[in-house]
Design a binder for this molecule. Structure first.
Ligand SMILES: [Zn+2]
Length: 253
């Protein structure tokens, strides 16, 4: 009996491992495999400055990712696609935080060229400031129909430290400003610095947002928890090996 039991354990372990590492097990209860990739600057990482460096992803790497997604028929969703409730077998979500100008100059052309889709979280108080998007660029990005615009507040504060009134203002003022600029409803939100709690999430719901992304690491979204979506941080060195692992792509395909 003992070798037989060992054999069962071996195959069970293999099965579990293959599911976890490749995303083969796409669904588990209300949880779905969906890597929500987080980008900040799409630009060459600086040589020094360890903290800031992790906010950069080079345009060359981003092009490689885009080509990989297309080659392996990985479907790029936007935040509001989650409202449809169905997740394709090989999904990805590309999210960009803060609304830097290099989204327009570097990421947006690649997204259009490879027919991808993305979600851009904008700090409305930073629009038209140096190194951030201009209002005109934002309008063009939204009008393209391939990039969903979400809110990242007005001033990028730690929301957990604000009074209820100040919290509501950050949430509603940014939403209204973006809706006026784009002429489209804004239903997605991103917590500045990843800071959130039950009070903040309740305020996000009251302000009319349906989906919100955190900075907590994870590959599975939970439809029961749409205001606490996890993410995968795109560090400068993340490349093809990780992509193959995440979507279960082997060399032979
Ligand atoms: Zn941010």
């Amino acid at each position: 009996m003992r070798p037989f039991f060992r054999k069962i354990c071996f195959f069970l372990a293999l099965f579990l491992l293959s599911g976890v590492s490749t995303g083969v097990e796409a669904q588990s209860g209300s949880k779905y495999f969906l890597p929500i990739l987080m980008f900040h600057y799409v630009s060459t990482p600086p040589a020094s400055d360890t903290f800031g460096r992790n906010l950069y992803y080079s345009v060359a790497s981003f092009k490689k990712l885009a080509a990989f997604l297309v080659k392996h028929q990985i479907v790029a969703l936007t935040m509001s696609d989650l409202g449809a409730g169905a997740i394709p077998k090989n999904p990805v979500m590309l999210t960009f935080d803060d609304g830097y100008e290099d989204f327009y100059t570097r990421a947006f052309p690649v997204i259009k060229k490879y027919h991808l889709r993305a979600t851009l979280f904008v700090i409305t108080g930073k629009l038209d400031k140096p190194s951030y998007l201009t209002t005109a660029q934002l309008k063009e990005i939204s009008d393209s129909g391939v990039v969903e615009i979400g809110s990242h507040t007005v001033t990028h504060p730690d929301l957990t430290t604000l009074s209820n009134a100040a919290l509501a203002q950050e949430l509603t003022d940014s939403k209204r400003a973006l809706e006026t600029m784009t002429g489209k409803p804004v239903v997605s939100f991103c917590y500045p610095l990843g800071k959130t709690n039950a009070r903040v999430q309740k305020a996000v719901a009251v302000a009319g947002y349906l989906f919100a992304r955190t900075t907590s690491h994870g590959f599975f979204i939970d439809f029961k928890d749409p205001l606490a979506l996890p993410t995968v941080r795109m560090l400068p060195e993340v490349g093809g090996k990780s992509f193959k692992n995440w979507w279960g792509v082997t060399g032979g395909r």
